[in-house]
Ligand binder design. Structure first.
Ligand SMILES: [Zn+2]
Length: 436
């Protein structure tokens, strides 16, 4: 018996229950895995007549995919995707149990509340309501709930794309995280940031080799000195501003919203207006390099033969070559680099019927909505689906209160999502599916 109730009623409970299933992903398979959450999702989809496919890439690492037949199966299909894993949480740092899914102060609290069990719950609630009411989407919609996004998707989206691409047959467009959330701007209006691009990533291990020896002697060939110098050069390098079309569109529309003139010579000017979000948007104006790890030696008076460091590099769409040319120049002669992880930058045109559907769905639920494209400084499963040729967007609609530091919630302590935001998201997603 399928439980009655609207998607708006159901979304909150679905989000709470998903949060209560611990899917922490430390990145080394030592976590609980996504299997229990995947079974939960599969059951919710099967209850409304779908035939979900549950697949394990490794024991416990499960993803779920289902296809909803549209009114016109001849049209290209749309993929809606969310990840089931979360980053770990240290309970002692939190005000509330990170896996409690409690409701307090008008929010659902817990790890994954915004990244991204909120969207998982929204997709589930909307799909369930539509199927209960016999409302098919205009075209085939594939829904995917994925493992391992927080560790790069090797055992989730990337594995599915490599091993089971048939599940995504006909999908030319994809909608997932991180976008659709609001930023309050003057005049009681809200910009809604729709992700149309993502920086690429180059996580690199640097290695310097030298001559081992006694710390008391003259020693010009010291691996620690060499790697430290390279790290300092990389970490303090500032790349020039390169305005991609997505970032330019974001800055122009943001300037307009705040009544600031867009200055192409100082495009970063309007970032002063947008509060904490400037940390993320600021990183999309240029390539970046951030040293994150150092490792060398075993005793204070022994010079080791080798010293290593790790650096988190991010490059803009269209600027990968420039990025690596600069890195190699900065490395210097005795330091080599290899990838810990390397993934592409993605960017799609912010135009067309799907964009129009997102914008119309937002403005019909929030007349003060100002949809804007933006580039994410991080990476998502969109990178995997872009490999299959899909145009990828981040659109997990949430209307947020003006004072919530939303970008700080991602992987943050006391992660929480407003209940009203979830309900709003469900209404927008439903309208979006009518038009998509
Ligand atoms: Zn996420």
């Amino acid at each position: 018996m399928v439980q009655a109730g609207t998607a708006e009623d159901e979304v909150v409970r679905l989000c709470q229950e998903l949060i209560r299933i611990d899917t922490s992903n430390p990145g080394d398979h030592s976590g609980p895995g996504e299997r229990v959450a995947a079974e939960y999702v599969a059951e919710k989809l099967a209850e409304v007549g779908l035939e979900p496919t549950l697949l394990e890439s490794r024991p416990g690492r499960a993803s779920v995919v289902a296809r909803i037949e549209g009114e016109d199966p001849g049209r290209d299909a749309l993929l809606l995707h969310g990840h089931l894993d979360v980053v770990p949480a240290r309970a002692e740092d939190w005000t509330r149990d990170p896996f409690g899914g409690e409701i307090a102060d008008g929010c659902v609290w817990g790890r994954g509340a915004v990244d991204m069990k909120d969207m998982d719950a929204m997709i589930l609630a909307v799909v369930r309501e539509r199927l209960r009411e016999g409302r098919r989407p205009p075209r085939d919609v594939v829904v995917a709930f994925l493992a391992d996004e927080e560790a790069g998707g090797r055992w989730g989206a990337r594995w599915l794309v490599d091993e089971h691409p048939e599940l995504f047959e006909g999908c030319t467009e994809a909608v997932g995280e991180v976008g659709g959330f609001s930023l309050t701007v003057p005049g009681d209006r809200r910009m809604y940031l729709i992700e149309a691009a993502e920086k690429g990533l180059a996580w690199m291990r640097l290695t310097a080799s030298g001559t081992a020896g006694h710390g008391s002697m003259v020693h010009p060939d010291n691996a620690v000195t060499a790697v430290a110098a390279a790290v300092a050069r990389l970490g303090s390098h500032e790349f020039p501003i390169r305005l991609t079309k997505t970032v330019r569109a974001f800055l122009e529309r943001t300037c307009l919203a705040y009544g600031v003139e867009f200055d192409p010579d100082h495009p970063e000017k309007c970032l002063e207006e947008i509060g904490p979000l400037a940390r993320m948007i600021g990183a999309t104006l240029r390539n970046t390099l951030n040293p994150t790890r150092l490792d060398a030696g075993y005793k204070v008076n022994v010079i080791p033969q080798e010293a290593t460091a790790q650096v988190d590099g991010r490059f803009l769409p269209g600027h990968e070559e420039e990025f690596f040319a600069t890195v190699d120049e900065l490395l210097g002669p005795n330091v080599t680099r290899e990838f810990v992880h390397h993934d592409l930058a993605v960017e799609t045109e912010y135009e067309g019927a799907l964009v129009a559907a997102m914008e119309a769905a937002l403005t019909s639920e929030d007349p003060g909505a100002l949809p804007v494209p933006y580039c994410l400084s991080g990476g998502t499963d969109a990178k995997a689906f872009a490999r299959l040729g899909m145009r990828c967007f981040g659109f997990a609609p949430l209307r947020l209160p003006p004072d919530l530091d939303f970008s700080g919630m991602f992987h943050g302590v006391d992660e929480r999502v407003p209940v009203d935001g979830l309900r709003f998201g469900v209404r927008v997603l439903d309208r979006f599916l009518d038009r998509a």
